[in-house]
Structures are given as structure tokens and as C-alpha cells.
Design a protein around this ligand. Structure first.
Ligand SMILES: C[S@@+](CC[C@H](N)C(=O)[O-])C[C@H]1O[C@@H](n2cnc3c(N)ncnc32)[C@H](O)[C@@H]1O
Ligand code: SF4
Length: 454
């Protein structure tokens, strides 16, 4: 990749798991009452046809990985499990009271933190509490994030019996030097064991998360990690760019200096090498950072045009309503977003007192809805089309100016109402979305808010 392009487009920018992105939510115009109205409307529109998605945030981890940007609480004390799960079940009951019709769950994802911090027995209680008052769709997509160091056969057998078919394991990198620098020692044998056990238990989609751009990581380290990954041929690979956001309060990114990170040029070389190796190994590129074997359901999503992106990342079922349960979880009614408080004790206290844990959110304007559609098209399909009647059209000259510049750099093909991102441009899909992001354009942040796009 040409270094002029890298330095031109390596800017701080969102990863677009939502539009508007969280720092641009208009909290002043948000109220719980308005959010609940959008939720009940959207739910009525879609519950019986497409069902809803649930994301459950399980925040505990036994040990801190110092690269991690997720909301987590580090503890070795497992007595935290039951009170937390009881609160999550109660939060779900509060939602079901509001919705006044039995929800049909089309998609459920357990994320974290570390879901496998919890015992299989306790997770069974959680899922029993969720499904007792809702209907599991026949073809429901149930998935969880497992830590290779503590996922047990009991976890896998329980999840399999409940109909889970998909697990993603955090791998990150197989080199000891990198693992030491991120405080996450995890031998290949552990990943091999849990990958094989998941397959034996009946999981049809085993995913591995790999990261490039980690401290002290080199291109050779990425090559080694992918060579080892190929020995196990996971069905799906998330090949993430390391997001360096040490300014976010309490995220724990520490123990290495900015100089220990690869430069933008080294990072993009790692990405290009990784991508080349994965394509050569038979994986197909899906969206911004995912790769999947032809047999994986993520590929069906491309074929049937159901690939979707939300706070869970890429998913293969488009549901209009996504309810987030647990600390820091974000809900999406399609017409609005809402986020729960981040502190475990605060969350549990609010729920105990029958108070919603939502503390901020955003109600989408008509223009937000149009832009959101374009950003989803770009992030999922690398192309989008617009029409004169779109609300967005008034601001198009401004957007076109930025896009023409990208066209002259060979990143996009552009027509009057159509845009396609080129092979070269795929590494810069976040930059293309930024051209459409009118909220960001009108109010550029003064301080660093987002990670770098490379
Ligand atoms: C919640 S964690 C995974 C589950 C489990 N806790 C584990 O560590 O195996 C989800 C994934 O987010 C990714 N992730 C976390 N922090 C990141 C960062 N700063 N940049 C890029 N990816 C990150 C990692 O690949 C990680 O496996
Ligand atoms: S990577 Fe996983 S185990 Fe490590 S701190 Fe983050 S959520 Fe916890």
C-alpha cells in the first residue's frame, strides 16, 4: 500500500457499529419515555415477522488483558455471579412487562467480559430466566464469546443442548512476546482443545478473534498466528485492527508505550499479509474485518443479503429491534439507541429498585435514518445508492466533495447516485463512511475520541 495514502487516510474515526456514533448522541433530546415509545412501536412492527435480538453483557474476567477495550470487571471472586444474573433476568422481565406481547427471540448473543467466567450451571439459570417468558424462534441464532483458557465441556454441552451453534474464541496472537506484552498467556493447545470440543458438542460455527497492530507485534508474528490458525481452520475469523484508546476511563490499556505499537505502515502491511493468507486458505472476506469459510452462515448472509452490523459487530440476521441487557449494554429500537450504566453495583441497585438502568441515548432524526442506511450498506456490502427524495440529498454536494477526492485516490467508483468501494478502498471503508457522517463533519471532535482508521 502506498505510504502517501496511508498517511492521508490514517485519521481518528469511528468503527460504525451504530449511526450516529455514541459520542454524537443527542442526549438532551433523549428521554426514557420517548425511547420506550420507539421501542414499543418498533417491536409491534416486527416481533411476529422477524423477531428480535438480545445481547447480554457478562462483564467479569479473572485476569486483565492490557490491550482490551471492552467494558469489564476483573475479579477472582465468583460469588458475584448469581446476584448479577438475577439482575439481568429481572431487567428482561421489566422489558417483557413493557412490550405486552411475548417476544420472539431470533438472535441471542452472550458477550463480555467473559461469559465463560460464569459456571455452566449459573448460565443455565440465566437462559432459563430469559426463555421462560419469551419464545425461541425455530431457526434462532444463539452464540457466545468463550475464553479459550476457561471454556469447559460443561459450558459447550449446555449451550449445545439449548440450541447454540456458534462460539467465538479470543485468540489475538500466538507469539509469547506479544502475549506477554498484553498480559494474556494462552497456548495454542488451549485453543485447539476448545475448538475441537466445540465441534464435538455440535457447534457448526467456531470463530477465532485475531488482532493485528498489537504492541511489539510484527508481520512475522501475524504470519505465524495465521499459520497456526490454519491448523484448526475455524469457520469464521474476526481479523481486528487493534483499537488504541487508552484515554477511555478505566479501560485498562496500559503496560506498553505508544512507541511499542507498530507504525501505521507496519500495521497495514500486517493486515494485507493476513488478508492474503486467509484468502489463499479458502476464506471469503465479509465486511470490514471478517473472514468466513463458504460453509459458514456469514456467507449465506452475503448471498441472501441479510448481513447486518450492530453493536455485536457483523451478524447474519437483520432484526429491527435489539435489546441489550446488563452493564454498559446498548439497545437499538431502530428509531433510537439507549445505553445502560456501566457500574456493576449501580446497575444492580437500579434494577433492585425497579428503575431502568438506561442512562443515555439518542432518538434518530429522519436524516439520521437515511445516513444510517448508507453507512450500513457501505460497512456490509461496500456499496450504496441514493435518490433525490432522500432527506440527505440537500447535503450531498458536501459529501460528494469528499468522495471525489477518494475517487481520485482510487478508493471508490462514483456515479451521480451510486458508490462502490474498490479493492484498494476496502482498507479505508471507515473513511468512506466518515464522508457520509454529517454529524461528525459538522462538529469535528477537538480531543481524540476514536481509534485511528488504520
Ligand atoms: C469480549 S472479548 C472476547 C471474549 C473473552 N473475554 C476473551 O478474551 O477470550 C471480544 C473480542 O474483542 C476484541 N478486542 C478487545 N479489545 C480490543 C481492542 N482494543 N482492539 C481490537 N479488538 C479488541 C478481542 O479480539 C476479543 O477477543
Ligand atoms: S480480552 Fe476478554 S478476558 Fe481479556 S480483559 Fe478483555 S474481555 Fe476480559
Amino acid at each position: 500500500m502506498n505510504s502517501r495514502l496511508i498517511s492521508k487516510y490514517n485519521v481518528s474515526g469511528p468503527r460504525y457499529t451504530s449511526y450516529p456514533t455514541v459520542p454524537y448522541w443527542d442526549n438532551k433530546k433523549f428521554s426514557l419515555k420517548r425511547y420506550n415509545e420507539t421501542l414499543t412501536t418498533s417491536f409491534k412492527e416486527t416481533n411476529s415477522s422477524e423477531g428480535i435480538s438480545i445481547y447480554i453483557h457478562l462483564p467479569f474476567c479473572e485476569s486483565l488483558c492490557t490491550f482490551c477495550g471492552c467494558t469489564k470487571r476483573i475479579t477472582k471472586n465468583h460469588s458475584v455471579e448469581i446476584p448479577y444474573l438475577q439482575s439481568v433476568i429481572k431487567e428482561w422481565e421489566m422489558y417483557c412487562d413493557l412490550l405486552d406481547e411475548r417476544p420472539v427471540i431470533q438472535e441471542l448473543h452472550l458477550g463480555g467480559g467473559t461469559p465463560t467466567f460464569f459456571s455452566a450451571e449459573n448460565l443455565n439459570l440465566l437462559l432459563d430466566g430469559i426463555f421462560r417468558i419469551s419464545t425461541k424462534a425455530e431457526d434462532a441464532e444463539l452464540s457466545f464469546e468463550g475464553h479459550p483458557n476457561n471454556t469447559t465441556k460443561e459450558h459447550l454441552n449446555l449451550f449445545s443442548e439449548l440450541g447454540f451453534k456458534r462460539v467465538s474464541y479470543g485468540v489475538q496472537d500466538y507469539n509469547k512476546k506479544v502475549q506477554l506484552s498484553i498480559h494474556r498467556l494462552q497456548p495454542f493447545e488451549n485453543v485447539k482443545k476448545v475448538t475441537e470440543e466445540a465441534r464435538e458438542a455440535g457447534f457448526t460455527s467456531v470463530g477465532h478473534d485475531i488482532i493485528y497492530g498489537l504492541p511489539f507485534q510484527t508481520k512475522e508474528d501475524v504470519i505465524y498466528t495465521i499459520e497456526r490458525t490454519k491448523e484448526l481452520m475455524p469457520d469464521r475469523i474476526a481479523f481486528y485492527s487493534y483499537a488504541h484508546v487508552p484515554w477511555i476511563k478505566g479501560n485498562g490499556q496500559r503496560g506498553y508505550k505508544d512507541e511499542d505499537l507498530p507504525t501505521a505502515e507496519e500495521k497495514i502491511a500486517q493486515y494485507e499479509m493476513g488478508k492474503k493468507m486467509l484468502l489463499a486458505a479458502g476464506y471469503f472476506e465479509i465486511g470490514m474485518d471478517h473472514f468466513a469459510l463458504i460453509t459458514d452462515s456469514l456467507n449465506d448472509a452475503i448471498e441472501y443479503n441479510t448481513l447486518h452490523r450492530n453493536f455485536m459487530g457483523y451478524t447474519n440476521s437483520k432484526t429491527q429491534v435489539m435489546i441489550g441487557l446488563g452493564v454498559s449494554a446498548i439497545s437499538d429500537s431502530w428509531y433510537g439507541f439507549a445505553q445502560n450504566v456501566k457500574g456493576v453495583e449501580e446497575y444492580q441497585n437500579l434494577i433492585k429498585n425497579n428503575i431502568s438502568p438506561i442512562y443515555r441515548g439518542h432518538i434518530l432524526t429522519n436524516q439520521d435514518l437515511v445516513i444510517r442506511k448508507h453507512i450500513l450498506n457501505l460497512m456490509c456490502n461496500f456499496k450504496t445508492t441514493w435518490f433525490k427524495q432522500d432527506d440527505f440529498f440537500d447535503e450531498l454536494p458536501q459529501v460528494m466533495l469528499a468522495l471525489r477526492e477518494m475517487q481520485s485516490d482510487g478508493l471508490v467508483e462514483l456515479d451521480t447516485n451510486f458508490l462502490r468501494i474498490t479493492q484498494r478502498g476496502k482498507a479505508f471503508v471507515r473513511n468512506v463512511c466518515m464522508a457520509f457522517d454529517l454529524r461528525l463533519q459538522k462538529n469535528k471532535p477537538e480531543m481524540k475520541v476514536f481509534s485511528m482508521t488504520v
